[in-house]
Design a protein around this ligand. Structure first.
Ligand SMILES: Nc1ncnc2c1ncn2[C@@H]1O[C@H](COP(=O)(O)OP(=O)(O)O)[C@@H](O)[C@H]1O
Ligand SMILES: [Mg+2]
Length: 276
């Protein structure tokens, strides 16, 4: 087994990482709405038939569905402005949906605030402004753990194992880091909550192809440690290559949904979205 706690899911028994607690368990909910347990088989996380937009503006999402099975990687791709980030915000509770629902681990969480969703085990790394630039790397990680009462040092050590460069730079302001390193801080900060599901909006934006490959490898490691991943990617080919499930969104609606491999092999998807 690897020394790295994030690797080798089959052998990883570190409960601080996989956080199996919470599976099928009811939590007392406070906030603007209550979670409702629903019956039947369902993906681990699903935003189903979501319709809505920003404030009183026009709808951006039209009957849009994105989902991910436990421990898998689902990737959302599509042209600029397709509503990928909007779909992620909707799943995280940052948008008031006109219709549709969001369910996590068999519970209807549509009415929950983002903060309550974090308490349920969701973590979200937004596309922009995802680190505190004036804080050090370590302070960013500590901020990620602000909801926790327990000892956060083991999780921090695991984040440093996953991203060793962050340990070297832990006393530096995040704003001084390269783009790829900042993305590592953002992902690391999200992991500090010990999430069950990690949502990433364009984690490889603005990084070189080598750094992109490296980040994808780390994301696969996180998934293998049992953390479910829902991510948006503009590097569609590479992302679909590592995706168990892929969603192509166009104008706020589902255009194609299949396994990553099947989408990569689909001539229509290739021609229209992957450049042939
Ligand atoms: N905060 C916002 N307020 C109003 N409209 C927005 C906001 N963010 C995005 N939009 C609009 O929603 C649509 C989808 O944007 P977005 O979800 O960011 O697309 P993508 O992430 O696929 O590039 C675009 O037309 C965009 O202008
Ligand atoms: Mg976006």
């Amino acid at each position: 087994m690897s020394k790295n706690a994030w690797q080798d899911n089959r052998g990883n028994k570190d409960r601080t990482i996989t956080n199996p607690q919470g599976q099928g368990k009811e939590f007392p909910i406070e906030g603007r709405g209550k979670a409702v347990r629903v019956e039947g088989e369902s993906p681990f996380l699903i935003g189903e038939a979501m319709t809505g937009g920003y404030g009183t503006g026009a709808d951006i999402l039209h009957d849009c569905t994105v989902a991910v099975e436990k421990g898998e990687i689902a990737v959302i791709v599509g042209p600029n402005g397709a509503g990928k980030s909007t779909a992620m915000k909707a799943v995280f509770g940052m948008l008031n949906l006109k219709s549709g629902s969001v369910r996590l681990d068999g519970e209807d969480i549509t009415a929950l605030s983002p903060q309550d969703r974090v308490a349920k085990g969701m973590a979200f790394v937004p596309q922009t402004s995802n680190v505190f630039v004036s804080l050090t790397v370590e302070e960013n990680l500590e901020m990620g753990a602000f909801l926790r009462q327990d000892d956060i040092r083991p999780t921090m050590a695991q984040v440093y194992d996953l991203f060793p460069i962050l340990k070297d730079k832990r006393r530096q302001a995040a704003g001084e880091l390269s783009g790829g390193q900042r993305q590592q801080v953002a992902v690391g900060r999200a992991l500090m909550t010990q999430p069950k599901v990690l949502m990433l909006d364009e984690p490889t934006a603005g990084v070189s192809p080598i750094v992109m490959d490296e980040l994808f490898d780390r994301i696969i490691e996180v998934a293998r440690a049992g953390i479910t991943i829902l991510m948006v990617e503009q590097n569609a080919r590479q992302a679909l290559d590592i995706a168990d499930k892929g969603y192509v969104l166009v104008q706020g609606a589902n255009a194609y949904t299949d396994t990553g491999k099947a989408l990569l092999a689909d001539p229509e998807v290739r021609r229209t979205f992957l450049g042939g």
